[in-house]
Design a protein around this ligand. Structure first.
Ligand code: FAD
Length: 382
């Protein structure tokens, strides 16, 4: 640990690490190979209270904060990024929009199950023509009597097609105001006629995470499925993404640490030219650099999480954390794979999986370039 953590934070982190080592890690290879999200592991995470960590007890949460959530995600990311992103997306993209912007009815109907891991929800922002430029949304929703009629598509939506996915909250253009698009967010329950969860993607990594394209063809949902005020959807979703970047940074720091631990162990046990690989200065320097990256990544996300939990501005710190930690994960995965030699290229070793999985950490919830734009804006350059 790098920033002083309270006793209960250390206990939480240790508890999730134990769960990660004993329950999550043993299934990770097979889940990756078969592209299967273990609903058993999801249920166990629910029983441990992980989905409710950053929510108050009166809505069914654990009464913790974002730091607590991120500690859990970091501990899981160390051994299995697919499971870690399932929790990250389930909480910060699935439940958080309902908690922050939902009506009393939406909160009481959905939060108890979302926060217990009995249900999952997706967050549908990205479209084929609207990724980094999320405001380019083309999906539309028009009011017809007391129903929204939704047409369009979304792509790359996490947790949108699991057996327990209840709904996806989507952004849609609901009109225009002052010559600008009015974007709102609307909950679309899975199974609504005209709403299709298309077959899962064949991804480079995160094989056991559930990701689908979604299509909406004249989908009708009640007017009260609007989440938050009409026209506030874009602003609300961007604030959700700012927070989510801290969680992705924590996941990345965990992945970077998992790679470091595996590489240290391997370098000690592998003999090359009559001596342990770990005695070669090249390996020592590589491992030392990996250690420094884990430290820096963790400092960066801890700082952003503390700012967020203190109610202070955190968008720039979150962007720096995601940038730093995403790079740390990718760099450590590459270095760990190199330390492992040919074995690094074999899927049975976790470092190869981290190598495939880590690339998305530089892309999802805002690419590296988008983080740089946020940081450049803070410098007054745009
Ligand atoms: C596995 C996975 C899960 C995902 N889960 C979700 C989800 O649950 N919900 C959701 O809504 N989305 C999700 N996404 C989408 C993800 O957030 C987007 O892929 C990401 O934001 C990038 O958008 P894009 O793919 O359209 O790339 P583009 O925006 O087309 O970017 C292409 C390249 O251009 C660069 N670029 C773009 N604009 C600029 C600029 N102004 N200046 C410099 N460079 C620029 C980008 O950095 C990138 O390198 C997921 C994606 C993946 C792969």
């Amino acid at each position: 640990m790098t920033i002083d953590l309270a006793e209960e934070e250390l206990e939480l982190s240790a508890m999730v690490r134990e769960f990660a080592d004993t329950v999550v890690a043993p299934q990770a290879y097979e889940a990756d190979r078969t592209h299967t999200l273990s609903m058993e592991v999801v249920a166990q995470m629910g029983d441990l209270g992980l989905f409710g960590l950053p929510f108050p007890e009166d809505v069914g949460g654990q009464g913790g904060d974002y730091m607590a959530l991120c500690l859990a995600i970091e501990a899981l990311g160390r051994v299995d990024q697919s499971i870690a992103i399932t929790l990250e997306a389930g909480v910060s993209l699935g439940a958080m929009p309902i908690f922050r912007f939902g009506s009393d009815e939406q909160r009481s109907e959905h939060l108890p199950d979302l926060l217990a891991g009995r249900a999952l929800a997706g967050f549908g922002l990205t479209e084929p023509e609207a990724g980094s430029d999320a405001g380019a949304t083309r999906t539309t929703a028009r009011l017809d009597g007391d129903e929204w009629v939704i047409d369009g598509s979304k792509q790359f939506i996490t947790n949108s097609g699991t057996p327990i996915t209840r709904f996806v909250t989507v952004t849609a253009v609901t009109g225009s105001a002052d010559g600008r698009k009015e974007i709102s967010t609307i909950m679309v329950p899975n199974g609504t006629p005209g709403f299709a969860v298309e077959p899962a993607y064949d991804k480079v990594g995160w094989h056991a995470s559930d990701t689908h394209p979604l299509t909406f063809d004249g989908v009708r949902v009640p007017a009260e499925n609007l989440v938050g005020e009409r026209g506030s959807g874009f602003k609300n979703f961007l604030s959700i993404l700012d927070e989510g970047r801290i969680a992705i940074a924590a996941l990345s720091a965990g992945a970077a640490e998992g790679c470091l631990e595996a590489a240290v162990d391997y370098a000690k046990s592998r003999t090359v030219f009559g001596a342990a690989l770990s005695t070669r200065q090249n390996a020592q320097f590589t491992l030392a650099r990996m250690r420094a990256r884990v430290h820096t990544a963790r400092l960066a996300w801890h700082h952003a999480a503390r700012l967020r939990d203190a109610g202070k501005p955190f968008a720039e710190a979150a962007a720096i954390a995601k940038l730093t930690a995403g790079d740390a994960a990718m760099d450590n995965a590459r270095d760990a794979t190199q330390i492992f030699g040919g074995n690094g290229f074999m899927n049975e070793f976790a470092v190869g999986r981290h190598y495939r999985d880590s690339k998305i950490l530089e892309i999802g919830e805002g690419t590296t370039e988008v983080q740089l734009l946020v940081i450049a804006r803070g410098l007054g350059l745009m």
